[in-house]
Design a protein around this ligand. Structure first.
Ligand SMILES: NC(=O)c1ccc[n+]([C@@H]2O[C@H](COP(=O)([O-])OP(=O)(O)OC[C@H]3O[C@@H](n4cnc5c(N)ncnc54)[C@H](OP(=O)(O)O)[C@@H]3O)[C@@H](O)[C@H]2O)c1
Length: 235
C-alpha cells in the first residue's frame, strides 16, 4: 500500500492531546495517536474516526520511540509531529521524589527531544515537516510547586529554538505553543472544581493548533502564547 501523510500526536488519550487528535481527524488529516494507555486510545478515540491510527508508546523510553517509529514508517510519512505528552506533580521542591523528578524530565523534555530526533531525518530528506511543541506559560513565568515541570518546559523551549534555526533550510517549521491554565485532568480535582470557569477549554486550544498547522504559506507563527482572558490562576 502507498504510504500516507500523517500527523503524529503524543499524549492523545486525554485533555489537550485528545482534543487536537479529534479536531485534526475531523478535518481529514490522518492522525497517529500515542500515549501509554493503549486501551483508552483503542476503545474511546479510534472508533470516533477512520482517520485515527493507534500506536501506544511511553515517550520516556527511547527504545520504544525508535521501535514505534520504525513501525509507523512502514505505512506513513510523518509530516507533522505534535509533542504534547506531559506530566507534572504539584509539589514544592523539598517534597519531590526521585521518581517524580525523573518522570517529569524524561516525559516532558527528553521524550520530546527523542521523538523529534526520530522523525527529523525523514523530514530533512523530504524537505518538509512541522514540529509543534505544547509547552506552557510555566516556561517563562514563576509558579510555585511547578519547579521541575517549568524546567522541563523551558528546557524544551531552548532546545526547540535552536532546532528551528538548524532546520529552516529544509523548510521544516518549528512551532511552540504556550498554553495557560486549560481544563484537563492534569489538574487536581479540587483545582478543577474551583477554577474550571477561569480555564481555557482544550477544544479552543486545539483550534489554534490546527490553524497554525494548516497555514502552509511562507508565514510561520513560531511562538504562540495562549491565556484565559482572566489571566493566570491565583491558586
Ligand atoms: N492543562 C493545562 O493547564 C496545561 C497548560 C499548559 C501546558 N499544558 C501541557 O499540555 C500537554 C497536555 O496536557 P493536558 O493538560 O492535556 O494533560 P492530561 O489530560 O493529563 O494529558 C496528558 C497526556 O499525556 C500522556 N502521557 C503522560 N505520560 C506519558 C508518557 N510517558 N508517554 C506517552 N504519553 C504520556 C497521557 O496519557 P497516558 O497516561 O495514557 O500515557 C495523556 O494522554 C502537556 O504537555 C502539558 O504540560 C497543559
Amino acid at each position: 500500500m502507498e504510504k500516507r501523510n500523517a500527523v503524529w500526536i503524543t499524549g492523545a488519550s486525554s485533555g489537550i492531546g485528545k482534543a487536537i487528535a479529534m479536531l485534526f481527524a475531523d478535518k481529514g488529516e490522518n492522525v497517529i495517536v500515542s500515549s501509554r494507555d493503549g486501551n483508552e486510545l483503542k476503545k474511546y478515540l479510534a472508533p470516533k474516526s477512520k482517520n485515527i491510527f493507534v500506536f501506544p508508546l511511553d515517550v520516556s523510553d527511547p527504545e520504544q520511540i525508535r521501535g514505534k517509529y520504525s513501525e509507523i514508517k512502514e505505512s506513513f510519512f510523518v509530516n507533522a509531529l505534535i509533542n504534547n505528552a506531559g506530566v507534572t506533580s504539584f509539589k514544592p521542591v523539598v517534597e519531590l521524589t526521585d521518581d517524580e523528578v525523573k518522570k517529569i524530565l524524561t516525559t516532558n523534555l527528553i521524550g520530546a527531544v527523542n521523538l523529534t530526533r526520530a522523525v527529523l531525518p525523514e523530514m530533512i530528506k523530504r524537505n518538509l515537516g512541522t514540529i509543534i511543541n505544547i509547552l506552557s506559560v510555566a516556561a517563562d513565568n514563576i509558579f510555585k510547586n511547578s519547579s521541575v515541570y517549568s524546567a522541563s518546559k523551558s528546557g524544551l523551549k531552548t532546545f526547540t529554538k535552536i532546532l528551528r534555526e538548524e532546520v529552516r533550510e529544509y523548510s521544516i517549521r518549528v512551532i511552540n505553543v504556550y498554553p495557560g491554565a486549560t481544563r484537563t485532568p492534569i489538574w487536581p480535582s479540587e483545582v478543577l472544581e474551583k477554577f474550571a470557569d477561569k480555564m481555557m477549554s482544550p477544544d479552543d486550544v486545539a483550534k489554534v493548533v490546527f490553524n497554525v498547522f494548516q497555514n502552509k504559506s511562507n508565514l510561520v507563527e513560531e511562538e504562540i502564547v495562549l491565556r484565559p482572558l482572566t489571566g493566570d490562576l491565583k491558586l
